[in-house]
Design a protein around this ligand. Structure first.
Ligand SMILES: Nc1ncnc2c1ncn2[C@@H]1O[C@H](COP(=O)(O)OP(=O)(O)O)[C@@H](O)[C@H]1O
Ligand SMILES: [Mg+2]
Length: 460
């Protein structure tokens, strides 16, 4: 069964069920035909027996014909296709009279049951059905009228019907099997087309998509699902490519700067002041590289779930204050003003160090991308979604296109670069990875030139 093809399996299940149904239909038809034919024979027998009974009378405890000669004459003359045999016997089974068409033959008499009853017997190599009608004189049984009708016709009709059914049943099943196979094949054709297209898609032509069928059925949904999956894969591969080129670019710049500076220094002797300046510059660039590598390492660890965490209940307000303390000088330098909206002390279950990294990045961005003297609103609140911590600024904002990309590694928007020269574009991807790691939801709302709002949603 398991090595049958899909279409064969459908066809097989189809004929199995239709085979059972067809068998039931045939059986019911045969039963109805059988009962109808039987009823007809019984009706004929009843009619014949009552007609003959009306021609008989009893006297002296014996059965007599009202007009025996006329009866014999009539029975003799009628030429019937389906003959009716009549026989009259006494209570011991001795024959009084019988119809001439019986000739030498005798209809069997059932001595065991003297009541009115039907039974099938064989006589003269033919099947007949008999009715045995008791004859009473008062309470005394004096004999029986036996009427018999040939069953050959009925048997022939039922036999033919059985033969026809016997032959048509397998023929119908075979026909149904091929029909089912044909339709199953036709219905599966679109799936084959999907498979064919899917097979041709590889890394080089990832932008190929499966043609959507005209009918919006299950196959349409399947095609859309596969196309969406391809969209996501293509997107991821695109981002990976972008990451590799961005990363090499980001690393190349400081390395080239250090290399160039050192090469120039070796060309001729300089005074110690000059060396000190250049070495300090190189250390600065190497620090940049070092930080970038640390950040990438952090992202990789968060992605691979290799971060050590210590989950505890922490005061959100306290953590925010510690972060602001760290950026005190920067805040003063940019002249930004921090406005709090913290209605009550709220605690959350999380990792103190990782949440500090998240807040560092969000707050440093808010400061960095704010105009001179801008305001930063920090809100901590509870609502039905959970515990919210939002950091909102009135800075350069993020346009719609960039909004989808800001969490990518090394991504920096055009306006971001203009506003702040320093930055690796790794901050927000660290934020995103750590939020995922700690099951914190992060939302961004931003409009170009209007400001941005980053909201962290913690479980209650
Ligand atoms: N508060 C903000 N206001 C405007 N733009 C922002 C803000 N935060 C982040 N961005 C944009 O997202 C980019 C990525 O941010 P991030 O990953 O922290 O990198 P970086 O701060 O090094 O530029 C930034 O370059 C900037 O374009
Ligand atoms: Mg940043």
């Amino acid at each position: 069964m398991s090595n049958l093809s899909f279409t064969d399996r459908i066809a097989f299940h189809f004929i199995l069920s239709s085979g059972i149904l067809l068998f039931m239909a045939f059986a019911v038809t045969f039963l109805i035909a059988y009962l109808t034919v039987n009823d007809r024979v019984n009706d004929d027998l009843i009619q014949e027996s009552s007609q003959h009974l009306s021609e008989l009378y009893i006297s002296d405890g014996q059965i007599h014909f009202k007009d025996l000669n006329e009866w014999l004459e009539r029975e003799h003359n009628t030429v019937e296709v389906n003959p009716v045999f009549i026989q009259i016997v006494d209570q011991a089974g001795n024959i009084y009279e019988k119809s001439p068409n019986l000739r030498e033959e005798v209809l069997p008499f059932d001595k065991s049951d003297s009541s009115y009853h039907f039974f099938d017997t064989q006589f003269n190599n033919q099947w007949v059905r008999q009715v045995q009608v008791p004859f009473y004189d008062g309470y005394d049984l004096i004999g029986h009228l036996i009427v018999a009708i040939s069953l050959e016709d009925s048997k022939a009709i039922l036999g033919n019907l059985r033969k026809v059914m016997f032959l048509t049943y397998p023929a119908c099943l075979i026909l149904l099997f091929f029909l089912a196979k044909f339709y199953a094949k036709r219905s599966i054709q679109p799936v084959k087309e999907i498979i064919q297209t899917a097979n041709t898609i590889n890394k080089e032509n990832l932008s190929t998509r499966i043609k959507l069928p005209e009918n919006e059925d299950e196959l349409y949904t399947l095609s859309v699902t596969i196309n969406n999956l391809l969209d996501r894969i293509e997107n991821t591969i695109q981002r990976e490519k972008q990451f590799t080129s961005d990363a090499s670019h980001e690393f190349r710049t400081p390395i080239a700067a250090v290399k160039g500076t050192l090469e120039v220094l070796t060309r001729k002797d300089r005074d110690p002041e000059h060396y000190r300046d250049k070495v300090a510059y190189c250390i600065g660039e190497l620090n940049l590289l070092h930080n970038m590598m640390e950040q990438l390492l952090l992202i990789a660890r968060a992605e691979n779930q290799h971060l050590e965490t210590h989950i505890e209940r922490i005061q959100l307000e306290e953590t925010v204050m510690q972060t602001l303390e760290r950026y005190k000088l920067k805040i003063e330098k940019y002249g930004v003003k921090v406005v709090f909206d913290i209605s009550e002390p709220i605690t959350v279950q999380t990792d103190r160090n990782l949440i500090a990294i998240i807040l560092n990045n969000l707050i440093s961005n808010a400061i960095k991308y704010s105009p001179q003297g801008g305001k930063i609103y920090i809100t901590i609140a509870k609502n039905k979604r959970g515990i919210l911590l939002s950091i909102k600024d009135e800075g350069i904002g993020i346009d719609e296109e960039s909004l989808e990309l800001i969490f990518d590694r090394f991504y920096r928007s055009e306006s971001g670069r203009e506003q702040a020269a320093v930055g690796s574009g790794l901050g927000l991807s660290i934020v995103k990875k750590l939020c995922d790691y700690l099951s914190i939801k992060i939302d961004v709302k931003s409009q170009s030139q209007q400001g941005s709002e980053f909201t962290l949603v913690f479980d209650k």
